[in-house]
Design a protein around this ligand. Sequence first.
Ligand code: ZN
Length: 338
Amino acid sequence: MTSAHAASTTELERDDEFWLKDGSVVLVAGNVGFKVYKDLLATHSPIFHDMFAQSRPDEQEMYDGCPVVHLSDAPCNLRHFLRALIHTVRPLFYRSDEDTKISIDELFAVAHLAHKYDVGELLRQALVCLKSYYTNRLDIWKQGGQAGNVPFETSDKDPLYAIGVVTLAHLTQTPYMLPLALYDCCYLGGRVVRGWTREDGTVEHLSLEDLERCMDGSTALATSALCSSIDLHASVEQAELCAHSKPARFGGGVPSTCEAAQAKIKSRLKTNKSSVMGTRALHSHMATASLSPIFAKMCSKCLATLQGRERATHEAVWAELPSLFNLSIPDWQTKTSS
Ligand SMILES: [Zn+2]
């Protein structure tokens, strides 16, 4: 953790944000110095506590009147970590919906350094934040994560950071984040092999075991998506429920608005097969931009029938998600709690 040879402090670049005049220790990461409060770090982190306690005053390297501690962390990561412990920009007690979302870089830097320096409460908060998306409950994911209602910045199109979530789930022994993180990894395609580049330039890769899970899972998810699409587009059989169907004596036999809409959707699918194959197994087929205006023309009863079918297939995929990735997650919620 501390480097064996003390790098020269004469070339030290003082951090703009964390050079506190009454600071009592200088942490050096790369060539950047952070003058902060020794006791505050020692109070929160047993690792820092022991590190400071072990340093011998007669051998202590000094800078600007403070003992110097060399760390192996990247300056950008340490800055994020210190921001969570020492609020220099603005105090923070409660994060409301109007607050800026936590960036992925910040979230991962805080989670990793909180784990490394054993700041339990900070690690817990970082994981609660991640678990608002990478949850074990389908209803929470649908209402929160999938809709973007989470406190950190997410990307529906390019969630390369899901690779980092897999790594972090293993590191912090939080296995229930794994199924959705691997689900996201499956839709990264071949890029999943190249890994995810963190803000500090390091590249995180999936282990061979997790890559194998992705490859097996991708096939199973593609099959599920196709099957659920076939189920969804089966005709709505209970025509008597349809608000648009006409009894025979009022001209029945003519296709209703709903039947016409279903026929239009099917013909659209024939000409654009990627809208079937491209739909992710847990994402709504009915909400895809090219199809949703046609679905919207159907009566509420037919629409409810189709939404019920889609919900049922999503619940079935969700229940199987851990096993699709050869995982056993004891606290995986297969029933939607009300
Ligand atoms: Zn209808």
